[in-house]
Design a protein around this ligand. Structure first.
Ligand SMILES: Cc1ncc(COP(=O)(O)O)c(C=O)c1O
Length: 391
């Protein structure tokens, strides 16, 4: 792969975001006329590259993607069969209440099904939460170095966003508590956190919640909760059952291997679910997603395999990173944040040329780290081999 190809590729990348910083006919001081000032100020969310994109743009073959924390096993066989069965019905709208899936989720966590709502991915849930709770001028508190949509959606709702830096790659709930004032409406906690994989303990979270004024809601993002091994990390649903003001958000994109279908859900007091349903798109979860989610919940073999492969992969990667003398952050999720000691973009690009897609970390302000998804044994070996070559 030549440097020229890489250059052409970056030029094309820049063209994907033509408005940013450009002055011209429709722009005043770099702002696109007519667009809300807050939107003009935002930087676009840049997801992990897809295998198709890298193959097309760089001409690299045999690519592995370890950039978006997807399930490396591919989808559950039962989920694929359920989708096949449902195909003949896609000319019909889905059940907008997702009754059967909600009842199944409710049964599993011991809640009333009225305490659950589903949407088009957890991203969509985060949007609905911000739109339902945040008024212009209110404060949202987020961890600085976490999942970017908390900031974006809070700003778009007109809220003031206060970012609390992590301490040793962990969310700092003591500093978060100090930032709470009478205007604070929403606090986002990501447990385990993306991109660090670290979790807050039950002791920390309980102390934090006990001191929180009643007008503040905690949006607890548990996108990776199914991977957690540390028993000190709590389950958000327990707080909900005890009557705390928590909104527990989860997804079928990671552990359940259905990222492409976009299935997220939220668990909260039914009165707040009812409020959110007023603004959620009525058919946010499509028929195929609804059926596939039900099927993968029943696929215990797939879940056991997913858990096992993540545990083994984590142990393998820890061992190999130690051998290479690289620092990493111990993880409770299906990805590892590691310090390569070299510029993140350069390591990312060099790995890309070897057909391995990882996540660079400059957008989180980390200059020399990368985030890598724990893959199958074969993928992990290939990643380590490529990384060793690059370094
Ligand atoms: C912490 C966190 N929350 C939410 C999501 C979004 O999940 P979904 O695919 O359901 O939109 C992600 C995806 O990367 C994530 O890392």
């Amino acid at each position: 792969m030549s440097l020229r190809t890489l250059y052409t590729y970056y030029v094309r990348e820049l063209k994907r975001f033509p408005v940013v910083g450009r002055k011209g006919k429709f722009c005043v001081a770099g702002n696109l006329a007519g667009v809300k000032p807050v939107v003009n100020k935002l930087t676009p969310y840049i997801p992990g590259k897809s295998i198709e994109e890298v193959a097309r743009e760089l001409g690299v073959k045999e690519i592995i993607k370890l950039a978006s924390n997807e399930n490396p096993l591919g989808p559950s066989r039962l989920a694929m069969e359920a989708i096949q069965d449902e195909l003949a019905n896609i000319s019909q709208y889905p059940d907008n209440t997702n009754r059967v899936l909600r009842e199944e989720l409710a049964r599993r966590v011991g809640l009333d099904s009225a305490a659950i709502a589903l949407a088009n991915g957890e991203d969509n849930i985060i949007t609905v939460v911000a739109q339902t709770f945040l008024e212009p001028g209110e404060r949202a508190i987020i961890p600085a170095m976490s999942f970017p949509p908390y900031r974006t959606m809070s700003l778009v709702s007109g809220a003031e966003v206060v970012e609390i830096p992590l301490q040793d790659f962990r969310q700092d709930l003591l500093a978060t508590a100090k930032a709470v004032n009478e205007r604070t409406k929403l606090v986002f906690i990501c447990n385990p956190n993306n991109p660090t994989g670290t979790g807050v303990s039950e002791k920390e979270l309980t102390a934090f919640l006990n001191d929180l004024p009643r007008h503040v809601f905690v949006a607890l993002d548990e996108a990776y909760c199914e991977y957690v091994e540390d028993p000190a990390i709590p389950n958000g649903v327990d707080y909900l059952k005890q009557g705390y003001n928590v909104l527990v958000m989860r997804t079928f994109s990671k552990f359940y291997g259905l990222a492409g279908l976009r299935i997220g859900y939220i668990m909260a007091d039914p009165v707040y679910i009812e409020a959110m349903l007023k603004i959620k798109e009525p058919f946010a979860l499509n028929r195929l997603g609804d059926r596939a989610a039900l099927a993968v919940l029943a696929d215990e073999e797939y879940q056991a395999q997913t858990r096992a492969i993540n545990r083994q992969g984590k142990a393998f990667l820890y061992r190999e990173l130690k051998r290479l003398g690289l620092q990493y952050v111990p993880t409770e999720a299906n990805f590892i944040l590691l310090d390569t000691g070299r510029p993140t973009r350069e390591v990312h690009d060099q790995l890309l040329l070897r057909g391995v897609i990882v996540r660079p970390t400059f957008s989180w302000g980390l200059a020399t780290h990368i985030r890598v998804t724990i893959g199958t044994q074969e993928q992990n070996e290939r990643f380590i081999k490529a990384l060793e070559e690059v370094l």
